[in-house]
Ligand binder design. Structure first.
Ligand code: AMP
Ligand code: GLY
Length: 422
């Protein structure tokens, strides 16, 4: 079989790596991919923000299966268009992907289906801000309705800051994404990424993971796309998994089906584990990045089989088999990230890191510069390791990180700290 993965980050490298292990996959392609992916798959150019460019890449490859990595191609309707052309594709339709692309859709949907989430108010105009805020006390979460590449959520410490942030968003500071906004009650607790796969009717859970969104150790500094993640059974117990399936994942899938927009693909439930129980912060319509890296490192069964089961309506409890061993991914980023960052820095030590037992270095922003591996993005590498226990996995990941070097590299030294302390 010929498989085409759309995307070019660490998540897509992990998808390519795992799909290549399937005995039924002969050839993997990736569009656009990156320099690390190019060592394992055939990469071809593609602008993922344009449906015509995506279709062109798909037609060039002629794959038996297309796997969509990131959210933007999903919201453009890639799955709808490929299905229309009779091409097999893993992921949700444009209408189903609204669970991620529109926060107002997602919040109204959760309200309709009694899925636990923070109280909210929707605002379309500056003149509505004052009335909407009357029902909230600080801190207040301000969210742009649309996709804003991680910049769409602000935790305002005071009402005045909430007014200022909301006004700026409504006046276009984030472009179209902020023309509608939401105020949300601030929730406190630990964040968990709970992912399931669905065929539109049934769901099967993946192993849980935890992201580290802030740039700095001890969860300090600005938010990023994710500076590291880990997966271990200890993140949620069996009872909690059952609860989340019963009160979140299954109601979402049943609700989407009942509303005529059945959801197939990976459903990522971003949860806050609060004192009053788990609350949904957001849905993503895809694997998380960097969560995909540690999650897929624990997968022992065939990922292709699971994708096919989702497409063909055959999802069952046994679709995934997982290693009990925990896994950790440490992201190595460029100087300046998440702001303006430097590129073109030579990367050394990759071979030595990859040679360590249980270690795989996934590439995100890398490119070849006159034959040398160099940095080409904010997040550069996802150094991922498995171990007999979490301590061992963390130690291995950091041993691999120590092997690697590039100018201005930055990474967190405390990935998995919440579980290691216990
Ligand atoms: P979202 O894109 O909605 O997941 O928001 C991005 C991040 O903002 C989340 O991962 C949380 O860290 C934080 N966040 C979002 N909503 C809330 C909330 N209601 N209370 C506290 N933190 C939140
Ligand atoms: N790591 C969070 C995300 O992929 O959205």
């Amino acid at each position: 079989m010929k498989v085409l993965v759309l995307g070019g980050g660490g998540r897509e490298h992990a998808l390519v790596w795992k799909l290549k292990q399937s005995p039924r996959v002969d050839e993997v392609f990736c569009a656009p991919g990156n320099a690390g992916i190019a060592q394992e798959a055939t990469c071809l150019p593609c602008d993922l923000t344009r449906l015509d460019s995506i279709i062109e890449a798909v037609l060039k490859v002629g794959p038996d299966l297309v796997v969509v990595g990131p959210e933007v191609p999903l919201t453009l309707g890639t799955v709808d268009e490929l299905r229309r052309r009779g091409i097999s594709v893993f992921g949700p339709t444009q209408a189903a992907a609204q669970l991620e692309s529109s926060k107002s859709f997602s919040k109204a949907f959760m309200t309709r289906h009694r899925i636990p989430t923070a109280r909210y108010a929707q605002v379309h105009a500056v003149s509505e801000i004052k009335d909407a805020l009357a029902h909230f006390s600080a801190p207040i979460v301000v969210k742009a309705d649309g996709l804003a590449a991680g910049k769409g959520v602000v935790i305002a410490a005071t009402k005045e800051e909430a007014v200022a942030t909301a006004t700026a968003m409504l006046q276009g500071s984030l472009g179209e994404a902020g023309y509608n906004i939401l105020f949300e009650e601030f929730l406190q607790g630990e964040e968990i990424s709970f992912l399931v796969i669905s065929d539109g009717e049934r769901v099967a859970p993946l192993v849980p993971a935890q992201d580290h969104k802030r740039i700095g150790d001890g969860d300090t500094g600005p938010n990023t796309g994710g500076m590291g993640a880990y997966s271990t059974a200890g993140l949620i117990d069996d009872n909690m998994r059952e609860w989340l399936l019963r009160h979140v994942a299954r109601p979402v899938i049943a609700g989407m089906a009942a509303e005529g927009t059945p959801y197939t693909g990976i459903l990522y439930c971003g949860l806050m584990m609060t004192a009053r129980g788990p609350q949904v912060l957001e849905f993503n319509c895809r694997f998380g990045d960097p969560e995909a890296q540690p999650i897929l490192m624990r997968l022992e069964s065939d990922l292709l089989e699971a994708f096919e089961a989702s497409i063909e309506g055959r999802i069952s409890d046994g679709i995934f088999r997982w290693s009990p061993e925990p896994s950790v991914c440490v992201v190595m980023a460029s100087h300046g990230y998440p702001g303006k960052y430097e590129s073109g820095k030579c990367i050394s030590g990759l071979e030595r890191a990859n040679a360590l037992d249980g270690v795989k270095v996934f590439h995100a922003g890398t490119s070849l510069v006159s034959g040398e591996m160099a940095t080409a993005g904010g997040r550069v590498l996802g150094v991922t390791a498995r171990g007999a226990d979490l301590e061992a996995a963390v130690a291995r990941a950091y041993e691999a990180v120590q092997c690697i070097s590039f100018d201005g590299m930055q990474y967190r030294t405390d990935i998995a700290h919440r579980r290691l302390k216990r």
